[in-house]
Design a protein around this ligand. Structure first.
Ligand code: COA
Length: 327
């Protein structure tokens, strides 16, 4: 039976660094509050970079690391909720930028902070079914464009960035994606959402309804849901592959809050060295967070052949996902 495996990774973040001290200059907040509640010290925000610019940087690195050229790619899937335009998709823009062959399908997947793992799961299904062999999977978000920079409860949490992998067909059953699980519960959408441009209805201008287009979140409720759901998603991936938490070489979780990550690690009995945390430098980059962290551990030499990597995400929708990979 055909399996899929990651053969290249890449990442790209905007140049501009926005520190907690920078935020103190225009918000009623403090480095102390943000650091102790979230673990974030700074984040990147896009000034000149678009979603396709960041995607292109990450994708080029991943294709190069895989030893391929854009000609080899036969499917592009981008996880994002902050595309440059409503349409075309970021994936179509990326196809043009990279020079990937015309007629190769390219589409976006919308699952907020779970966008990358939803895209990876879709790519895996294409490969396993025989419909694709080399898939470019990107997670990218530019939340600096959809948060309200006057709302200290949300804007301090997010940052911008992109990560990418090339997922390839493999016939070695013992390697690559061992288990991939995606889930949603639409009844919980009110915990975390961003109405965007659709909040405004020109035919109902005086309806009095809330037309705040920005990210809105019930922080405490989201925190509790995240810990419970992420821990369960990790166990689901491990059980499906017949493995235990002690078998995990590195947990690469969505970077939403350092306290969420350490609470999950504690529940699973993981040590600090088994967990990847880079939220201090990037904040929550939504769909970008897992592939950026993956690229960091791969390029940093932290991943060896045969290692077990566990990816887990949680985000608006609500959506959550987990993927277990043998490297
Ligand atoms: N700076 C200073 N004070 C702030 C602040 C900021 N940036 N943001 C909120 N506050 C204030 C609030 O106004 C509130 O004040 P009040 O008690 O006077 O009303 C107080 O801080 C809330 O503090 P606390 O209850 O200790 O916050 P918390 O421990 O729940 O932490 C979050 C808040 C947002 C960091 C936390 O709830 C969280 O991370 N939730 C999950 C978010 C998440 O993961 N989202 C993405 C999922 S993909």
């Amino acid at each position: 039976m055909t399996h899929s495996k990651i053969i290249g990774t890449g990442a790209s973040v905007p140049e501009k660094v926005l520190t907690n001290s920078d935020l103190e200059e225009f918000l009623d907040t403090s480095d102390e509050w943000i650091s102790t509640r979230t673990g974030i010290k700074e984040r990147r925000v896009s000034v000149n970079e678009s979603a396709v610019d960041l995607s292109e940087g990450a994708a080029n690195e991943a294709i190069k690391a895989a030893g391929l050229t854009p000609d080899d790619i036969d499917l592009i899937i981008v996880g994002t909720v902050t595309p440059d335009m409503s349409f075309p998709s970021t994936a179509c823009f990326l196809q043009e930028r990279l020079g990937v062959r015309p007629s190769v399908p390219a589409f976006d997947v919308s699952a907020a902070c779970s966008g990358f793992l939803f895209a990876l799961d879709t790519a895996d299904k294409y490969i396993v079914s025989g419909a694709a062999e080399k898939v470019l999977v990107v997670g990218v978000d530019i939340f600096s464009r959809i948060v309200d920079w006057k709302d200290r409860a949300t804007c301090v949490l997010f940052g911008d960035g992109a990560g990418a992998v090339v997922l390839s067909k493999s016939s070695d059953k013992g390697e690559g994606l061992l288990s991939s699980n995606i889930h949603s519960d639409g009844s919980l959408w009110r915990s975390l959402f961003a109405p965007g441009a659709t909040a405004y209805n020109p035919f109902k201008p005086d309806s009095g309804e809330d037309t705040n287009p920005y990210v809105q979140m019930h922080g405490g409720e989201t925190f509790k849901l995240a810990v419970k759901t992420i821990a369960a998603a990790c166990n689901e991936a491990l059980m499906a592959a017949g493995l235990k938490s002690e078998d995990v070489s590195i947990l690469i979780p969505h970077q939403a809050n350092e306290r969420i990550i350490t609470a999950v690690a504690k529940r699973l009995g993981l040590t600090d060295s088994q967990v990847c945390i880079n939220i201090d430098r990037y904040g929550n980059t939504s769909a970008g967070s897992i592939p950026i962290a993956l690229d960091e551990v791969v390029r940093g030499g932290r991943v060896k052949s045969g290692d077990i990597l566990l990816f887990v995400s949680f985000g608006g929708g609500l959506t959550w996902a987990s993927t277990l990979v043998k490297w």
